[in-house]
Design a protein. Sequence first.
Length: 115
Amino acid sequence: QVQLVESGGGLVQPGGSLRLSCAASGFTFSRYIMNWYRQAPGKERELVATIGNAGSLGNYADSVKGRFTISRDNAKNTLYLQMNSLKPEDTAVYYCNVWDGRLYWGQGTQVTVSS
């Protein structure tokens, strides 16, 4: 069965960096577009970044452009999100997802940006 497991979240000061990982299994990872979403307290889940199956195309929410980079390693079945210049408004639970006819989500990883 499809499994997505996020990791790498934590507490970081404003201006700091984190790299999130999403380990995928149960499907042919290299065939699918992958996404990072986030959900802040009291807000709707929002799309942060998308990457094509070969890793050559990345799209970003305006709020993270120039600060976040999505990437993937198809040999390791792993999706990444490098987050730099973090701001308090980036505080959220971050999720990876994939759609292969059904929509799958990981359990999420908490990112807290605070001094």
